[in-house]
Design a protein around this ligand. Structure first.
Ligand code: PLP
Length: 397
């Protein structure tokens, strides 16, 4: 059946990472032992004290509509937590809780973008940024970063691409997929540039607490940085709460009010039970976050060693998040593997039942994203299969 769809839907495509995962699901459903380096979510359960808070909320019948922006106690907790973690100074009027960080970004972009407006997006990017912009009628403008420099975003590169239609710069640090982190001094340069040119800086802090050898940092800690800044946060990764769907925005009140308007006519409030769980996450102990980080650090070291031992694979040490982003371009151009990373990912799934996400999904052909949000055993097994795959590709060429 052909359905005449709205242009805004035809402008966007289903998340490329989801497409890979769907294919992997088919293999798993057939009982095949798949090593899955695809997940964009922690493999740890939600901490007990957070789950208990949700159960209490149900028992206390806190199961009704709430304020659209989220319960006041939660917005206060978001502001207090953000202040304690990063040294920011927001009030509940500058905070709105949404159905995950993705929804928060969707609201912010839709509240700001007119058709034809430009949104600057550093490459490699999280798959949803360009599509959210396109859905709103905006034009993504991609900012190069470069593997040689560890994919670190530079204000100077952004400046070259700013024009009269530039409206928003999206920065995601630590970055999905590269793990690159924007240093505090570069963040200050980026903010100053945005302020000077009247551009909004949307800072996606979704992976803020998964950073290796440095303290979590937020551009919101820069004094006077509020006027052109939108902070997007999420409890999904930090507290292993992806399914609970809680994210937030911190922004000037007129923008928060516009986002609230959109939210009030679409999702209404995020689930009340999830909000009470989030309240406990933000007020309670953070030791589970430290434990996850320590485990990710161990896995990161192992997967880096394993990948770097495969001839022709070059891999930067990611500074944050839970992904490695190896460059396999040498293995494509020497004819010993597939013609591009999308085909390579398909071959890996078919021949070795290993799931990786091709770099094309992130605007970076020649790279693969592997998530190490999976157990050490699975990492070891996956590395064995990857070694075998690349060794057999070599001998066949
Ligand atoms: N931002 C980035 C960079 C992400 O990778 C994700 C999820 O993968 C999100 C935002 C959104 O997460 P959620 O909607 O679960 O809060």
């Amino acid at each position: 059946m052909t359905v005449q769809l709205a242009e805004r839907v035809n402008r966007i495509s289903i998340s490329a990472t989801l497409a890979v995962l769907t294919e992997a699901e088919r293999y798993k459903a057939r009982g095949i032992d798949v090593v899955d380096f695809g997940p964009g979510e922690p493999d740890f359960p939600t901490p007990e004290h957070i789950k208990r808070a949700a159960v209490r909320a149900i028992e206390q019948n806190l199961t009704k509509y709430t304020a659209t922006a989220g319960i006041l106690a939660l917005r206060e907790a978001v502001c207090a937590w953000h202040a304690a973690q990063f040294g920011s100074a927001y009030t509940p009027e500058e905070c709105i809780v949404s159905v995950g960080g993705k929804h928060a970004i969707f609201n912010a972009v839709n509240a700001l973008i007119e058709p034809g407006d430009e949104v600057l997006i550093p490459v490699p990017y999280w798959v949803s940024f360009p599509d959210i912009v396109k859905c709103a009628g905006g034009r993504p403008v991609f900012v190069p970063t470069g593997a040689a420099g560890g994919f670190r975003l530079r204000a100077a590169e952004v400046e070259k691409l700013l024009g009269p239609r530039s409206r928003v710069l999206i920065v995601n640090s630590p970055n999905n997929p590269s793990g690159a982190v924007v240093a505090p001094e570069e963040f200050a340069r980026l903010y100053e540039l945005c302020r000077r040119r009247g551009v909004w800086l949307l800072s996606d802090e979704c992976y803020s607490h998964f950073i290796y050898g440095a303290r979590p940092c937020s551009v919101a800690s820069i004094p006077g940085s509020k006027p052109h800044l939108i902070i997007i946060g999420s409890l999904s990764k930090t507290f292993s709460m992806t399914g609970w769907r809680i994210g937030y925005s911190l922004a000037p009140p007129p923008l928060v009010e516009a986002m609230l308007k959109l939210q009030s006519q679409s999702t209404s409030n995020p689930a009340s039970i999830s909000q009470y769980a989030a309240l406990e996450a933000l007020r309670g102990p953070m030791d589970s976050v430290a434990a996850m980080l320590a485990e990710y650090a161990r896995r990161r070291a192992r997967i880096l060693d394993g990948l770097r031992a495969i001839p022709g694979i070059v891999c930067n040490e990611p500074e944050g998040a839970f992904y490695v982003f190896p460059n396999v371009a040498a293995r494509l151009s020497d004819g010993s593997a597939a013609e591009d990373t999308a085909a390579l990912a398909r071959q890996l799934l078919e021949r070795e039942h290993v799931v990786v996400v091709p770099g094309e999904a992130f605007g970076a052909p020649g790279f693969l994203r592997l998530s190490y949000a999976t157990s050490m055993d699975r990492i070891e097994e996956g590395l064995r299969r990857l070694e075998r795959f690349f060794a057999s590709a070599e001998s066949a060429s």
